[in-house]
Design a protein around this ligand. Structure first.
Ligand code: PEP
Ligand code: MG
Length: 294
């Protein structure tokens, strides 16, 4: 009898030749978690925090953010939870925050570039995250990192934030700070970014920047292919350099939710990914039928 998604959903993913693969989930809206059993996943690989902007002008205050992050950590029990700092800009414009009139917003002030340009807003998010971190296994992830200095700048801000929270009388903890690998510059020379505590490959942006075909233009959809050998080579390089450096590597782009890409991902050495919650069963089932080959 063929295995079904329901049979594998709450079990750890393992390939036909016995290789364990971590399957985590991506979360865009915390309310999604209410209907989900944490047993289906090895944690949350990506929380997109742009939901904080919906229905309001600007980011909510520190207390509201803290409660939102805490709720996610409590859902996950002791599983790891990676929360990404605001990734506004590009395909995620935020009125009043992102810049108007950029000729190409995907190459403009987006992701961590925007956070560093608006430190008063960014600091509030870091404060809320460091306070929430005492409630679970939280990691902080930076989107759109392009140069190693961006990690160093945020690491220093994080350090100062925890000290300030302590003197303000809050319980707080400094979570590990990792990065998205979604700008090709990072995937070519990941060893320059070794200050990062972990790498998470953003195949959506990595694909659009590598193939020079926008993720939101239907007419170039055929070129925007994460299976392109160049994208796969960058993924293989990131996984290999990560292993040499002892830095954990996962993948949080949509590629990981498509079983058709898993033979290439396994060959590239990938052993961890996060996918949209409805795809967890399909991915685990596909993995059960594939050989990782050592
Ligand atoms: C990505 O770029 O692959 C990613 C996961 O981030 P987003 O889709 O939110 O840009
Ligand atoms: Mg991205």
């Amino acid at each position: 009898r063929a295995a079904r998604e329901a049979d594998v959903l709450t079990r750890p993913a393992v390939t036909a030749d016995g290789v364990a693969v971590k399957v985590m989930i991506n979360v865009a809206e915390p309310a999604e978690l209410d209907r989900l059993d944490p047993e289906i996943c090895d944690g949350i690989g990506l929380v997109r925090t742009e939901f904080l902007f919906t229905g309001r002008d600007g980011l909510p205050d520190e207390e509201t953010q803290y409660r939102a992050y805490r709720r996610i950590l409590e859902w996950a029990e002791d599983r790891p939870v990676t929360i990404r700092t605001v990734d506004a800009g590009g395909d995620k414009p935020v009125p009043g925050l992102t810049l108007d009139g950029e000729s190409n917003p995907f190459l403009g002030v987006r992701g961590v570039r925007l956070s560093l340009a608006r430190p008063e807003i960014f600091r509030l998010q870091l404060r809320a995250l460091c306070r929430a971190a005492v409630h679970g296994d939280l990691k902080i992830m930076l989107p759109m990192v392009t140069v190693p200095e961006e990690i160093a700048t945020v690491a220093a801000m994080l350090e100062a934030t925890v000290i300030q929270l302590g003197s303000d009388g809050f319980r707080a903890r400094k979570p590990p700070l990792g990065i998205m690998v979604e700008v090709p510059a990072v995937a070519v020379v990941p060893e320059l970014y070794a200050e990062a505590a972990f790498f998470s490959i953003g195949s959506n942006d990595l694909t659009q920047y590598t193939t020079a075909s926008a993720r939101d233009i239907a007419a170039v959809a055929a070129l925007n292919d994460p299976g392109h050998a160049a994208v796969v080579a960058l993924i293989r390089n990131t996984v290999a350099r990560g292993a040499e450096l002892g830095i954990e590597v996962s993948l949080c782009g949509d590629m990981g939710g498509d079983p058709a890409h898993w033979p290439a991902l396994l060959r590239a050495g990938l052993r961890s990914a996060s996918v949209a919650p409805p795809l967890v069963g399909r991915v685990k089932l596909a993995l059960a039928g594939l050989r990782a080959g050592g």
